[in-house]
Design a protein around this ligand. Structure first.
Ligand code: GDP
Length: 365
């Protein structure tokens, strides 16, 4: 199942430009059709050099990159939680995403009006956070109303939940997103299905102007400070440039980028930062000649659960994992050569999967 990112932003922040650039660029990096489930959802192949190298070495029939679904979420404007713009319609789309990407306008352009007349990413970020927080508060209030009777009759689980929800309310009312509240693991588990928006990991995309060199950009320190206080991360992307590059062939785009002194694409920057935000690492499978494939998992995942990502039977019948790091495999030249050199380790149920592991799972059927 692909990770899902929801894109939000004030009107004219460059959200649609970024969405189009990402989905087009993501389609170009892999021999993979860019699938449109819905005009507002783009499935993007994750650029992955290690996967490319493994594919070149192993010559499998297919190369299957990890994918990310990007959802363009319309309607989040000031007052959305009170019914402005598309009102609360945006909520149904955003409740289920794994992370929220907030596009903030940092480019000045007299031809593109700003809703509030000036370029001020911290103000815009605060407006958007307020809307998300109000939506969370409304959800918490509805839940509290439903719990009241049970809590009054002294049901301990209901009491505990009411206490937790009151803590969440206080935190939101203090202007803080829920992701900065310390929660016990059982509290996190309880809240998991709620779809609380400010609990989701958040990435700020500073949509900067094309022509400005890094040292002449608007001061982004205040945004960095805000993000740090909120447990969020910031990336700088020029959506207009990415859109131009996405229209070129991958080779042309690479040359153009190199001429501008850029080494990675906007999509790569976004993916790398998102993986960091979500604490994800990648392992690879290449057990047959059919395909080599990338699998993102949360850091700390143990071998049987990693196997479960591939197939539930593999987790249930897990025997052991044969593991070689991608670098060792490339250096050895083949899986057989890596085995002969003793670079392939046999690992058991307690093995914690490492970033870049190439794993063959052994399991009972
Ligand atoms: P949305 O309302 O957030 O979806 O914004 P759009 O993506 O439709 O962008 C609004 C306008 O700003 C369009 O005319 C874009 O071409 C322009 N735009 C978006 N990103 C940039 C950028 O990085 N630089 C400049 N100069 N214009 C941009």
């Amino acid at each position: 199942m692909a990770l899902t990112f929801g894109l939000v932003g004030l009107p004219n922040a460059g959200k649609s430009t970024l969405f189009n650039a990402l989905t087009r660029a993501g389609a170009a990096v892999a021999p993979y059709p860019f699938t449109t489930i819905d005009p507002n959802v783009g499935v993007v192949a994750v650029p992955d050099e290690r996967l490319d190298q493994l594919h070149a070495l192993l010559q499998t029939e297919r190369k299957v990159p990890a994918t990310i679904a990007v959802v363009d979420i319309a309607g989040l404007v000031q007052g959305a939680s009170q019914g402005e713009g598309l009102g609360n319609q945006f909520l149904s789309h955003i409740r289920t995403v794994d992370a929220v990407i907030v596009v903030l306008r940092c480019f000045a352009d007299p031809d593109v009006p700003h809703l509030y007349g000036s370029i001020d990413p911290v103000r815009d970020a605060t407006i958007l956070l307020t809307e998300l927080a109000l939506a969370d508060l409304a959800l918490i209030e509805r839940r509290l109303e439903r719990l009241q009777t049970a809590a009054r009759t002294g049901q301990p689980a209901a009491r505990r939940e009411v206490d937790l929800l009151r803590r969440l309310q206080a935190h939101l009312n203090a202007g803080q997103p829920l992701r900065t509240l310390a929660l016990a693991p059982e509290e996190q588990a309880l809240l998991q299905g709620f779809g609380l928006l400010t609990l989701k990991p958040c990435l700020y995309v500073a949509n900067v102007a094309e022509e400005t060199a890094p040292d002449t950009r608007p001061a982004l320190d205040p945004l960095q400070t805000l993000a740090a206080q909120q447990g969020a991360l910031v990336v700088l992307i020029c959506a207009a440039l990415e859109a131009e590059l996405a229209a070129l062939s991958p080779e042309e785009a690479r040359e153009y980028r190199a001429a501008l002194g850029l080494t990675v694409s906007g999509l790569e920057t976004l993916v790398q930062t998102s993986y960091r935000l979500l604490n994800l690492i990648t392992f690879y499978t290449a057990a047959t000649t059919r395909e080599v494939r990338a699998w993102p998992v949360v850091a700390g995942t143990k071998a049987p659960q990693a196997a479960g990502r591939v197939h539930s039977d593999m987790e249930r019948g897990f025997i052991r994992a044969e593991v070689v790091s991608w670098a060792d495999l490339l250096a050895a030249g083949s899986l057989t050569a890596a085995r002969e050199r003793g670079l392939v380790r046999l690992e058991g149920r307690d093995y914690v999967v490492q970033d870049g592991d190439v794993i063959t799972f052994r399991f009972h059927v």
